[in-house]
Design a protein around this ligand. Structure first.
Ligand code: SF4
Length: 690
């Protein structure tokens, strides 16, 4: 007898629907064609995801290190939990409440993200909680809030994509990062739509582009200004839309006036004829979309980059209408939900602001605590990691579902900071590179073994269902937080049951920007997901936002002038090339899961260095040679892969691996002043054949 459980892929923000089919002990993945976003399609990661379930590397008991420098040994749960609470109390007594930190993950369910945020503020009373989503889409989120008053990755459903006449995709490679989404782009193309792709690499996504803009890394904002300049000069602006639905265009007009095409060609390296063609394809289309991803966002000016592209969409009247708008293709599985429910240093549930007295009072009421006891804003993800173990910094850190040793910039520095902690706790399903440095490691349930909600890149709230019993000895993050809260004397504020947590989350989000009040598990199941905002159970949810008004106080979208700024670290004589990083199809994020799946490992076994043949010749490098990359922060080694698809001044390394090929040994933690996003995407590098 077999049974099928309808659920979702454990990996990226597309959150493809899938069935997990159980036959005895065997669980396999089957298509779920009725699910509307992926319509049965899955990428290789999704098809092989069941290999994670009974994986021999699973952690099945807590591990503990008796002293710094000692070995990890297995232990009982009570010993591990008692040790954690003892270490928390010690650090709090010695250094104060804010000496405890939490680093969460964008793969956690909404329930866990909510509980983690509440645990930090209520059980630990520390402001220092942030998560790896800060490294993902925080620049787009900040720009969206500035322009539209709200941040939802895509303010329209995926099904609107084919109906846009022109799509401008910046720094995004969905053909490799989320292949099932390409069915929307293929339909767009078959309807005669035009795709414009801006990227330093001619990625598989760019192969079918009508215009490919191979820009110099870090010149995205100048590119947007250049396109808008041409649109202004050539009479392509939508003055009625600007007048009726926006504010602030005059300042943008003045700024953009100096981005004449040949200046923009000099800055971006994109020929004027391509700039002109792209501007006209956007401006002359009746409908158009602008979509960004990490290429434009993971920069020390990521917010400005996104604002510049939002300016373009607004000035052309391509927002707040069907088949139009700006959107961000979010990366992590619950990157969207993970930032809505209080896991971020500056936010409370429902996308409320932690420094807003009314927001604080509302959440204090839901939690049943005194508002004065809720701490204020804490340190952002990199700043939290950067100050670990320092005077005034966090001394005891809890990490959940995150592998910062591989995923954070300037990784060797992060290792040093982790080792300087008085105490490190890591909860994970495998012994990740970060868990291997911990004082206590807790084994947790994974996606197929738990119930909960996720929110995909469209803002569609989805139901993750339990298809498999967790191994003996494993507990859910919620059970762990509840047990710790009990030991810390705050157990009365917490439950470990996902449905009860979600009911509280609904109340906490009610009236906030990300309003889940009308979302129930039953509605999600019946409707294949519910789009927020959904303020009541009789509200249909909101697939398309901004059709009548934007979410700003006056209902108008806001222009923000953006001037081009240099990257934080430009190439020079010593480090003469640009380095950029990204993903490959068969791996996901820090690789904690996907590096352990045999078929994925066979397809993408190790890091590599993508380099143009002309550049390789200059350095005497042949295809397959081992090369050494060095930046001001560290060095990495990997095999060269020669390709004409990359710019001749740029090197690309995917970031999924540990060991010598760890890309983040090289990357620059220069932060965006608003989003606190590190500049993962650009730094200066030197290369040599080994
Ligand atoms: Fe999973 Fe993303 Fe692949 Fe879909 S595209 S199967 S969600 S990894």
């Amino acid at each position: 007898m077999s049974s099928a459980t309808a659920t979702h892929c454990p990996y990226c923000a597309l959150q493809c629907g899938m069935n997990l089919v159980s036959e005895g002990d065997l669980i396999t993945v089957a298509a779920r064609p009725d699910f509307p976003t992926n319509k049965g399609g899955l990428c290789q990661k999704g098809w092989t995801s069941a290999d994670l379930i009974a994986h021999p590397d699973r952690l099945t008991s807590p591990w503990i290190r008796d002293r710094k420098g000692g070995e990890l040994r297995p232990c009982e749960w009570d010993e591990a939990l008692d040790r954690i609470v003892t270490e928390i109390r010690l650090a709090q007594q010695k250094y104060g409440l804010d000496s405890i930190g939490i680093f969460g993950g964008g793969g956690l369910t909404n329930e866990k993200a909510y509980m983690l945020g509440k645990f930090a503020r209520v059980a630990l009373r520390t402001p220092n909680i942030d998560y790896n989503g800060r490294f993902c889409m925080s620049s787009a989120a900040a720009a969206g809030i500035k322009a539209f008053g709200i941040d939802r990755g895509l303010p329209f459903p995926l099904e609107d994509i084919p109906g846009a006449e022109t799509i401008l995709l910046i720094g995004s490679n969905p053909a490799e990062t989320m292949p099932p989404i390409m069915q929307y782009f293929e339909e767009h193309r078959s309807r005669g739509g035009n795709l414009i792709v801006a990227d330093p690499r001619r990625t598989p996504t760019a192969q079918n582009a009508a215009v490919f803009l191979q820009l110099t890394p870090g010149t995205d904002g100048a590119l947007a200004n250049g396109l808008l300049h041409i649109a202004m000069a050539d009479g392509l602006l939508d003055h009625d839309f600007i007048e009726a639905r926006t504010t602030g265009f005059d300042a943008v007009r003045r700024t953009v006036a100096s981005y004449w095409p040949d200046r923009v060609e000099r800055i971006t390296g994109v020929p004027v004829k391509d700039l002109t063609k792209a501007a006209h394809l956007m401006g002359e289309a009746a409908t158009a979309m602008v979509l960004t991803a990490r290429g434009a966002e993971q920069q020390s000016k990521g917010v400005e980059n996104v604002q510049a592209f939002i300016n373009l969409a607004l000035a052309l009247g391509k927002a707040g209408k069907p088949h139009c708008g700006y959107g961000c293709l979010t990366g992590q599985g619950n990157g969207q939900g993970g930032r809505e429910h209080g896991q971020k240093a500056d936010q409370l549930p429902g996308y409320r602001k932690i420094d807003n007295p009314a927001h604080r009072a509302y959440i204090a009421g839901v939690w049943g605590v005194d508002e004065a006891t809720i701490p204020g804003p804490g340190r952002s993800a990199y700043e939290l990691l950067d100050t670990l173990g320092t005077p005034g910094g966090v001394r005891a850190l809890m990490v959940a579902a995150s592998n910062v040793v591989v995923s954070a910039p300037r990784a060797s520095h992060i290792e040093e900071r982790l080792d300087a902690l008085d105490f490190l706790l890591v909860s994970d399903i495998f012994l990740s590179e970060t868990a291997a440095r911990a004082d206590v490691v807790l084994p947790v349930t994974q996606w197929a073994e738990e119930e909960g909600t996720m929110t995909n890149l469209e803002g569609r709230v989805l139901l993750r269902r339990r298809a498999s019993e967790p191994p003996e000895g494993v507990r859910s993050d919620a059970q762990i937080l509840k047990a710790l809260a009990d030991r810390l004397g705050a157990g009365q504020y917490f439950t470990e049951r996902p449905r009860e947590i979600f009911e509280e989350l609904r109340r906490a989000s009610a009236g906030g920007a990300a309003d889940y009040a009308g979302v129930t598990y039953e509605r999600i199941a019946a409707q294949n997901g519910v789009f927020w905002p959904c303020p009541s159970e009789d509200h249909p949810g909101t697939p398309r936002m901004f059709l009548d008004k934007f979410a700003t106080e006056d209902g108008r979208a806001k222009f923000h002038p953006v001037a081009h700024r240099e990257v934080a670290e430009a190439p020079d004589d010593e480090y003469p090339l640009y380095l950029t990083t990204g993903r490959v199809m068969a791996q996901y994020q820090s690789g904690t899961q996907t590096r352990r799946v045999e078929k994925l490992r066979a397809n993408a076994p190790e890091a590599f260095v993508e380099i143009h043949p002309s550049l390789a010749r200059r350095f005497g490098i042949a295809d397959g040679d081992m090369v050494r990359l060095a930046t001001r922060r560290g060095a990495a080694e990997a095999k060269a892969r020669l390709t004409t698809s990359i710019r001749q001044d740029t090197i690309f390394v995917p970031f999924h691996w540990a060991g010598k090929g760890r890309a983040n040994l090289l990357t620059n933690p220069a932060l965006d002043p608003t989003s606190r996003m590190p500049e993962f995407k650009i730094c200066a590098v030197q290369i040599a054949k080994l």
